[in-house]
Write a protein that binds this ligand. Structure first.
Ligand SMILES: [Mg+2]
Length: 357
């Protein structure tokens, strides 16, 4: 089965997230949700869909697939996922082993897994592991609001929708206190996106949130690749440490595990090299005794691929759902959580066809 065509689709949509766009701080620089959808076609008539990391780099990821990765895939064996992605990584390594080229290769890998499962006539999760869960619990990943009243109101909204796990992207302690007051029994995952420049500030933050229901502190320090610094913060922190969404290679996770840098590893399927890399990291995390809870603020094939992976793995972990309402989601209403969980599609492959738009 040879690859005959690779096409890219920049998917852009407006969104709301339960706050006034006139407010202060927060995620207000995000005017739209952008991602890159990639379709791979074969001479067997089977096609697959993948997703490469988008947001503010969607156009650069698109360029990487259009100019470099897509043309290199034409005529290649769609069934040899490991061989093809290894060839792509080697051929384009001078463009960097992290960033838009790796994001593009991730999209191809996801599409090839979709094709493999469609060819096998099975839902993708059946190829990824034994668990075959019919649904995966979701956690609401709230965008940054920057105002305590907005945070509290949206925590309550998430709970009313059935979510039982919540992540915040707040750095301001007043906002975190407001969330804890609104939901005192709900553990709060705290993602600060490398806000602190020094280990001392990061440790002080971890100490401050230890009594505010913190389930973990995510990406405590800049830069994200300073894994020894993350390990030192973890050694001093009273709360668990999570990181890994900015890693570009499986080897980065090896180093995280060797240095005991994290309690929770967070590879991102549209960035790290697709499902093939996720499966490798899942195995390494299991050996290291580290939880793997993927990074997944996505709405397209990246979300579906992560859903199938979490349905398949022995360890039951929740899926991240970005707490935003899109004007035009890639799968329409098909992937909306109900009662705090997402049901697995059972059609062959990823199970849904995106509207590329
Ligand atoms: Mg994060």
């Amino acid at each position: 089965m040879k690859i005959t065509r690779v096409t890219t689709h920049h998917h852009r949509t407006g969104f709301t997230f339960g706050a006034s766009t006139q407010g202060a701080g927060g995620n207000l620089h995000l005017r739209a949700m952008d991602t890159l959808l990639v379709r791979v076609e074969t001479d067997a008539g089977i096609h697959g869909w993948g997703e490469g990391f988008g947001f503010t780099v969607a156009e650069t990821t698109k360029d990487a697939v259009d100019r470099l990765i897509g043309p290199a895939c034409i005529g290649q064996d769609a069934g040899d996922i490991a061989g093809l992605t290894r060839m792509l990584a080697r051929r384009f390594h001078n463009f960097g082993r992290n960033g838009p080229v790796t994001f593009g290769i991730s999209a191809i890998d996801i599409a090839l897994w979709d094709i493999r499962a469609k060819a096998a006539g099975k839902p993708l999760h059946a190829l990824l592991g034994p668990a075959a869960r019919p649904a995966v619990p979701a956690y609401a990943s709230l965008l940054r609001y920057g105002r305590p009243d907005d945070v509290a109101r949206n925590v309550e909204r998430a709970l009313a929708l059935g979510y039982r796990h919540i992540k915040l992207h707040e750095v301001d302690l007043a906002c975190i206190r407001a969330a804890h007051a609104a939901a005192p029994d709900v553990p709060l995952m705290l993602d600060i996106n490398c806000a602190w420049d020094t280990e001392g500030e990061a440790i002080e933050f971890c100490e401050s949130v230890a009594t505010l229901g913190a389930a973990w502190v995510e990406e405590p320090v800049w830069p994200p690749e300073d894994i020894p610094a993350i390990a030192r913060i973890r050694a001093a922190s009273p709360v668990p440490i999570a990181a890994g969404e900015c890693n570009g290679t499986v080897e980065d996770f090896c180093r995280m595990f060797e240095l005991r840098a994290v309690d929770v590893a967070q590879p991102s399927v549209t960035k790290i090299g697709g499902l093939s890399a996720m499966l490798e990291i899942a195995e390494l995390a299991r050996e290291a005794g580290v939880r793997m809870v993927p990074h997944c603020p996505y709405f397209g094939p990246g979300l579906l691929a992560t859903l199938h992976l979490l349905a398949a793995l022995e360890e039951a972990e929740p899926i991240e759902i970005y707490f935003a309402d899109l004007d035009r989601a890639p799968y329409g209403a098909a992937l909306l959580p109900r009662g705090g969980a997402i049901a697995l599609p059972q059609a062959p492959g990823l199970g849904w066809e995106p509207e590329p738009g």
